[in-house]
Write a protein that binds this ligand. Structure first.
Ligand code: ADP
Ligand code: AIR
Ligand code: ASP
Length: 334
């Protein structure tokens, strides 16, 4: 298959996107240009394009090895990736482990605070508006970008990705402070991870010294940005020399107690509940009403994250534990 057509489809702040002869495949060319603060600050980081294309390729492969579906097909040259064309959801999915950047500004928290649990937040991918932070209802009801189910999927997929990255980067002496992901729909309507995975969209700190090894060096004029990018490339290359298939057991580091309560919906007849109500009334407990009798299911679940565990239990309820047409369920997880 020849992929050598060069009709530019889009030229962004850091990459040029080209069509190929296959309408479902794109070529992403990584430039050295760098921007920050919604392109108010502009510059160049020597060889950034090479570093970002190569780190992205290696990290997309790491994720694929661990069951995450991505747009990555192959690395064509030191600055070019071949990717599946997707329709990008205009959301920046941001995962945070340690307080930094806009979180600190917004909440007055000190940079470096370990967050009690990883946080997933969404920004509107819209430069003109300065990528504003969104609530769930802003996404579903104001902008109507997507629905609650897709938001739940994006959260649980991003948390899984976070668990994989935290483990991988720890092995190469790096703390994953935070990162931004983009997702999109491929031609078969699969929702997959797209864009890039690089020091442009991650905050990486050296695990021993907390030295910043990412685009914050450029944002904050810390100097030696190029050296930091090269250092990250070196470490990621070293780390990905061996295959990493993280065992489910190593990703599932915590255990949670789950309690699921299933009850028939308010307007659904519950003969058992009615019988008990009648019996209670005949015993003189006349002040009661709307008795429902349901079931409670308890179990333990192992997972790296409470949010992922909760979304899995929700799926169990939808598929097996409850009949969502006639029953409501409530999940307690501790
Ligand atoms: P920006 O648009 O923010 O300036 P870039 O310069 O990195 O960013 O441009 C790359 C653009 O390509 C981004 O808007 C990104 O959403 C989009 N993109 C990334 N991966 C894909 C893909 N597989 N299919 C279609 N568009 C993609
Ligand atoms: N990010 C957000 N928009 C563009 C990018 N690259 C990334 C930053 C940082 C994380 O998202 O690189 O890793 C959180 O950014 P912030 O500014 O919201 O703290
Ligand atoms: N939002 C991106 C960043 O700060 C790029 C930009 O703001 O121009 O990394």
């Amino acid at each position: 298959m020849s992929i050598a057509t060069s009709k530019p489809l889009y030229s962004g702040k850091a990459k040029d996107i080209f069509e190929t002869e296959d309408p479902n495949i794109l070529r992403a060319y990584f430039r050295d240009s760098a921007t920050a603060f919604n392109a108010q600050k502009k510059g160049e980081i020597h060889d950034k394009g090479k570093v970002n294309a190569t780190i992205s390729a290696l990290l997309f492969q790491l994720l694929e090895q661990n069951g995450i579906k991505t747009h990555f097909i192959k690395q064509l040259s030191d600055r070019e990736l071949l990717v599946k064309k997707v329709k990008i959801i205009p959301l920046e999915v941001i995962v945070r482990n340690i307080a930094a950047g806009s979180l600190c500004k917004r909440l007055g928290i000190k940079e470096g605070k370990f967050l009690k649990e990883p946080i997933v937040e969404f920004s509107y991918k819209n430069d003109a508006l300065g990528d504003p932070l969104l609530t769930r209802k802003y996404i579903t009801s104001a902008l109507e970008i997507t629905n609650n189910e897709t938001i739940d999927y994006l959260i649980s997929e991003s948390l899984k990705i976070n668990e994989i990255f935290k483990q991988f980067f720890l092995e190469i002496g790096i703390k994953v402070v935070d990162f931004k992901l983009e997702f999109g729909y491929d031609k078969d309507k699969n929702l997959i991870l797209a864009d890039e995975l690089s020091p442009d969209n991650f905050r990486f700190w050296d695990a021993k010294t907390n030295e910043k090894l990412d685009k914050d060096r450029f944002r904050e004029d810390l100097g030696n940005t190029e050296g930091a990018y090269q250092e990250m490339l070196k470490r990621v290359k070293e780390g990905t020399k061996q295959d990493h298939k993280f065992q489910a057991s190593t990703l599932n580091s915590q255990s949670f107690k789950v309690r699921v309560q299933v009850l028939s919906k308010q307007d659904i007849l519950d003969p058992q509940g009615q019988a008990v109500e009648k019996a209670l009334k005949s015993l003189g407990f006349t002040e009661i009403k709307d008795v429902k009798i349901g079931k409670e299911i308890v179990f333990e679940i192992k997972n790296g994250s409470k949010d992922i565990a909760k979304s899995q239990v929700k799926e169990m309820c939808e598929k097996l534990l409850a009949n969502p047409v006639i029953e409501d369920y409530k999940i307690e997880i501790n």
